[in-house]
Design a binder for this molecule. Structure first.
Ligand SMILES: Nc1ncnc2c1ncn2[C@@H]1O[C@H](COP(=O)(O)OP(=O)(O)OP(=O)(O)O)[C@@H](O)[C@H]1O
Ligand SMILES: [Mg+2]
Length: 461
């Protein structure tokens, strides 16, 4: 478990120094100060896990510090110390959510013991957060795929996770950018800290600043309370800027400044807040194009894409379709607590040859829909969305055609796809299809012969 950050507030030097030293020895990352006003400033400019504060302080008192801390995101656990046996005060404080109340003078061991249980609690909370993330990833959320394209993608994401630098994910809609961003966070050293996702396209332009950086009470009409922004919420964690290409130029400038300086001013605030945030961003547009046309700042572009990762569209790794179909059908069945549904050959063929402009999401949704419609029976063409089922047009009169012909057409189309993906390299296409080069060659020859026969030409020797 990472060390916890603790803010020690105590005006009496004779108490503060030994307590600070004992806490440092016990493994806490300690910041100390001697008055309430400095404590207040520290609390709003950094994130602490625990606050250990005297009650009577020059400036702002301990209870007011607690009330401030309670509103922070995430709120630190607060322990108060006092020399006055004021039980009323203690009861009020504990009822409001102060974690513990220590009477002075205390033995150092006793203090450490009490703080130890607060620390366990904080770490437990962090672990639960992490377990929830892990569970989400085990619920079939991993980036599946056995093709070299997907293996490469996973490798790149692992490398990104092992570093702490900015990652830009580029890919069409539904290719798994969101999933990839979460994976990078989960496998990074920040896994136990927050993952905060912001959809840049969904924030109205004029609200961007207060949404990202927060605002003070009374900063503008309607700002009744101080509110933490997304940057602050992501402190020591990961900030995921989805659809970052949609930001206006002025907002790009604000974002760049915050990223470069690791700090910002909440709207209406005079103090600067410092944060430690790892930025992952995603785009489904070609940002380098946007840079050329001046719609996206070049400096921000380079700042965001220290590591750039391209998520391939599904049509570029079609060989993964059967695997994805199998995985999704199992996942869906698992969620419903029902046996996994099977596919008719025609439905399997249609799924394998479709172009998927919506990529993996489109495939997933098609299967969810099909499972619902088929109600336990094998999934057939009629359960697939029309644009998928149309892959092999049936003859007009019966709606069917000879099986052999359909299978041949499917085989031909499938081989063409493999060749396309292998950029015409037959050996690679054969291995994508799991057949020998010889077998591929024979099939190609048959298909060619047949095509020429249909055109009334004799097959070439
Ligand atoms: N390789 C994969 N293996 C398993 N599931 C995947 C894979 N790729 C994508 N998915 C699933 O497909 C769906 C869409 O993925 P995601 O939301 O990450 O796409 P996106 O790239 O963020 O799309 P958009 O640009 O539209 O936001 C999600 O349910 C995700 O879990
Ligand atoms: Mg997304």
């Amino acid at each position: 478990m990472p060390a916890l950050k603790l803010l020690l507030v105590e005006d009496d030097r004779i108490v503060r120094i030994p307590v600070r030293d004992a806490l440092v020895d016990a493994g806490y990352l300690v910041t100390d100060c001697a008055d309430g006003t400095s404590a207040q400033r520290l609390l709003t400019s950094e994130t602490f896990d625990i606050v250990l504060s005297d009650v009577r302080l020059p400036g702002v008192d301990g209870l007011s510090l607690f009330r401030l801390a309670r509103g922070l995101q995430p709120p630190p656990a607060v322990v108060l110390m006092t020399a006055y046996a004021d039980t009323d005060h203690a009861v009020t404080a504990m009822r409001e959510g102060v974690r513990d109340y220590v009477l002075k003078p205390f033995e150092m061991d006793e203090l450490l013991l009490r703080l130890g249980s607060v620390r366990d609690e904080v770490q437990f909370r962090l672990r639960v957060g992490r377990a929830q993330l892990m569970e989400a990833s085990e619920l079939g959320q991993q980036l599946a795929g056995a093709t070299p394209a997907m293996a490469q993608l996973r490798e790149r994401l692992e490398a990104a996770a092992a570093s702490d630098i900015a990652v830009l994910l580029a890919g069409e809609t539904g290719t798994g950018k969101d999933l990839a961003a979460r994976l990078v966070h989960q496998r990074s050293a920040r896994a136990e800290r927050p993952f905060v996702a912001v959809n840049c396209a969904a924030i109205p332009e004029n609200l961007f600043e207060s949404e990202m950086f927060g605002h003070e009470r009374g900063a503008f009409t309607g700002a009744e309370r101080r509110r933490a922004g997304r940057f602050e919420a992501a402190d020591r964690g990961t900030l995921f800027l989805d659809e970052v290409g949609e930001l206006s130029l002025p907002n790009q400038a604000k974002l760049l400044r915050a990223i470069e300086s690791s700090s910002f001013e909440p709207v209406g605030a005079t103090e600067t807040k410092r944060v430690d945030v790892r930025v992952i961003s995603a785009t489904n547009r070609d940002l380098s194009d946007a840079v050329t046309t001046g719609a996206f700042r070049r400096d921000l572009f380079y700042r965001l894409k220290v590591i750039d990762v391209r998520l391939p569209p599904l049509r570029e790794h079609r060989a993964d379709i059967p695997l994805l179909v199998g995985k999704f059908l199992t996942d869906i069945a698992g969620r419903l607590g029902k046996p996994t549904q099977v596919l008719s050959p025609a439905a399997a063929a249609a799924l394998a040859t479709h172009d998927y402009p919506g990529n993996v999401r489109e495939l997933l949704h098609a299967l969810e829909r099909a499972v619902a419609l088929a109600r336990g029976k094998p999934i057939s063409l009629e359960h697939l969305p029309i644009e998928l089922a149309r892959v092999m047009p049936p003859s007009a009169d019966t709606g069917l055609r000879p099986l052999e012909e359909a299978v041949e057409q499917f085989e031909r189309q499938y081989i063409e796809r493999a060749l396309e993906q292998a950029e015409g390299h037959r050996g690679r296409a054969a291995s994508l299809l799991g057949i020998s080069r010889k077998s591929l060659w024979e099939r190609l020859r048959d298909a060619q012969a047949e095509a020429q026969l249909k055109k009334g030409k004799p097959p070439s020797p």
